[in-house]
Write a protein that binds this ligand. Structure first.
Ligand SMILES: Nc1ncnc2c1ncn2[C@@H]1O[C@H](COP(=O)(O)OP(=O)(O)OP(=O)(O)O)[C@@H](O)[C@H]1O
Length: 349
């Protein structure tokens, strides 16, 4: 290994910009950050935020417009040096359907110049580790979606990369396959592989990632550990209220779901929201409402350092509106709360 590889940084991104021809604005808009060697790094962002473009640049698939990127010490412009250091687990199955599973692995390693004895041994080890040993001689089309995903992960590891990019790796997997993949990702990381994980699954990011970057409109909005990011939310505690409204008609919170200011709307949900906002919480948020108009259930979240202390006043506010408490839960903000807090609720194109 070269000296640079042994340094602290697996990925260094400086002032990176990517502008697509004829596009409005930059898909990646002046981004700088560092991914440390040996960490599991999460990339979160709404659709169109720029994650795919960013990962495309980091994996040499997309040409940057300006800025600098180094992967394991090598300049991204030097693809011949970068490519052997990285591997990508794509979101869609791009396995060669004419091959048997084990051939997928050995051919890939041969392409990367791994000596024969080593690639044979590595293929057997990876097939065993990924639970595919007894299906190694089957052709790719006979593989289920979950098996294909594991085979693609094995393929990605055949040339022993320093940095592994995973693009929504558990999208469309059943819970068993998801947990299995999470365990393998952790094991790989313990063996020293740096992982860059793009995901829309906030729980996955929270479970796996040492640090997370939230990207939107081509910029990194925040970058920190999941625990630190949760401190962004005003108030360290969360109280979630579900209340059955008098006469249903939860118009106010429907309006909120569309991005309108619910305080402008009329109706029992808006009245209750106003009462809750008068309490000693740092922030009160209406959520989308369940209901059939007859018995609408309005849902609210109150953020406060001491959310438990709000319980009596919340119950009283509900009673004063002639509503009924259906559920009242205390918790701490999740990464999803942070994500919504930073990127909003509006649908992206
Ligand atoms: N080849 C392209 N040509 C022009 N514009 C593009 C191209 N690829 C992406 N874009 C635009 O660049 C912006 C960022 O897109 P990108 O696919 O990188 O976002 P993303 O965060 O990966 O989204 P998703 O979560 O939906 O995959 C979007 O506005 C998108 O429309």
């Amino acid at each position: 290994m070269e000296a640079a590889v042994q340094g602290e940084s697996a990925v260094e991104v400086q002032d990176l910009v990517k502008t697509y021809p004829k596009a409005e604005g930059n898909a990646v808009d002046g981004v700088s950050f560092t991914i440390r060697r040996g960490e599991i790094f999460g990339l979160l962002g709404p659709n169109g935020a720029g994650k795919t473009t960013l990962v495309g640049v980091l994996t040499t698939a997309v040409q940057p417009s300006s800025g600098a990127v180094r992967i394991a010490g090598a300049d991204i412009a030097d693809a011949l040096r970068v490519k052997p250091r990285i591997a990508v687990l794509p979101q869609t199955n791009n396995l060669d359907r004419s091959l048997k599973a084990r051939e997928v692995l050995t051919y890939h390693a041969a392409y990367h110049g791994v000596p024969k004895a080593e690639r044979e041994a590595r293929a057997d080890r990876l097939l065993a580790e990924l639970g595919l040993a007894d299906r190694a001689k089957e052709k790719v089309p006979r593989y289920s979606g979950g098996m294909a995903q594991r085979l693609m992960l094995a393929r990605a590891l055949m040339h022993d990369p320093d940095v592994l990019f995973l693009d929504e790796p558990t999208n469309n997997l059943d819970p068993q396959s998801r947990y299995f993949l999470w365990d393998r990702i952790r094991e790989l990381n313990e063996r020293g592989v740096t992982i860059v994980l793009t995901t829309h699954d906030m729980n996955e990011a929270e479970q796996l990632c040492d640090r997370v970057a939230v990207v939107d409109h081509g910029k990194v909005l925040v970058l920190d550990t999941p625990d630190e990011l949760k401190k962004i939310i005003p108030g360290g505690g969360l109280l979630e209220l579900h209340a059955a409204l008098p006469g249903g008609a939860p118009a106010a919170t429907d309006a909120a779901a569309d991005g309108a200011d619910p305080t402008l709307a009329e109706g029992p949900a808006a009245d209750l929201l106003r009462r809750l906002r008068a309490l000693d919480a740092k922030q009160v948020e209406p959520l989308a409402t369940d209901g059939d108009g007859e018995s609408g259930i309005a849902r609210f979240r109150l953020f406060s350092d001491d959310a438990g202390a709000l319980v009596p006043a919340v119950i009283e506010a509900v009673a004063q509106e002639g509503a009924q408490v259906r559920d009242l839960r205390l918790s701490t903000p999740s990464l999803e709360d942070v994500f919504i807090h930073l990127t909003g609720r509006n649908l992206r194109p």
